[in-house]
Design a protein around this ligand. Structure first.
Ligand code: CDP
Length: 212
């Protein structure tokens, strides 16, 4: 059984939904690194202060077993999912000292093993020795459809064209940034989820995890 699983890919590919299912089936801990970049962005937006090393070094981010997110002791699980925070997360994620701090925290969180961690740079930078690496993709239209459904379920109004635009911009910024860009690790398994259900993707990852 693989002890550490890394899942990377662009926005809306289904990483977090699938990773939560795999974690539950294997009795693993799920670590959502995107939520950590989102928490930094929320702190910047709410504090009214510019991003600084001090702000990042003093930030307290906790993820619990139910994938709830706490920023400086306050639950922000829902607040970090707005399009404004998505954009902010992609912005703070280009800054070297933000990535250094969060990477350090993420490695500590994974140290006990039996984890599935998702993000953009997990297989390439954060956990290069992961036992199994997955690169999960889907067409931008399919990813936008999924993200639109998620936003609507949360009562956040949006439209398809707008979501396609936002996702494409974020993918571009995430893939083209200089530090730890979104990229498929050489030893990652590529999974295209465009025509697959969540359950089918989870099954594929479980089979790979159980393979010797
Ligand atoms: O859920 P979604 O795929 O839309 O995004 P997310 O995983 O919550 O990540 C939000 C943003 O954080 C991304 O657009 C990236 O810019 C950044 N991120 C990153 O740079 N590195 C990671 N390991 C995870 C997220």
């Amino acid at each position: 059984m693989k002890k550490i699983i890394a899942v990377d890919g662009p926005a809306g590919a289904g990483k977090s939904t699938v990773s939560k299912i795999v974690a539950a089936r294997l009795g693993y801990t799920y670590i959502d690194t995107g939520a950590m970049y989102r928490a930094v962005a929320l702190k910047v937006l709410q504090s009214g202060q510019p991003l600084s090393r001090q702000l990042v070094n003093n930030i307290d981010i906790k993820l619990d077993e139910a994938a709830r997110v706490f920023l400086d002791g306050r639950e922000v699980t829902k607040e970090i999912r707005t399009p404004e925070v998505s954009r902010g997360a992609s912005d703070v994620a280009t800054v070297g000292y933000v990535r250094e701090r969060l990477t350090e925290l993420q490695r500590k969180m994974a140290a006990k093993g039996k984890v599935i961690m998702d993000g953009r740079d997990i297989g390439t930078q954060v956990l290069p020795n992961a036992d199994l690496k997955i690169f999960l993709t889907a067409t931008v239209e399919e990813r936008a459809r999924r993200r639109l459904a998620e936003l609507e379920a949360k009562g956040l109004a949006s439209d398809f064209a707008q979501v396609v635009k936002e996702i494409s911009l974020r993918d571009k910024q995430d893939s083209e940034r200089e530090i730890a860009p979104l990229a498929q690790a050489e030893d990652a398994v590529l999974l295209d989820s465009t025509a697959l259900t969540i359950e089918q993707v989870a099954e594929k990852i479980l089979r790979l995890a159980e393979a010797e």
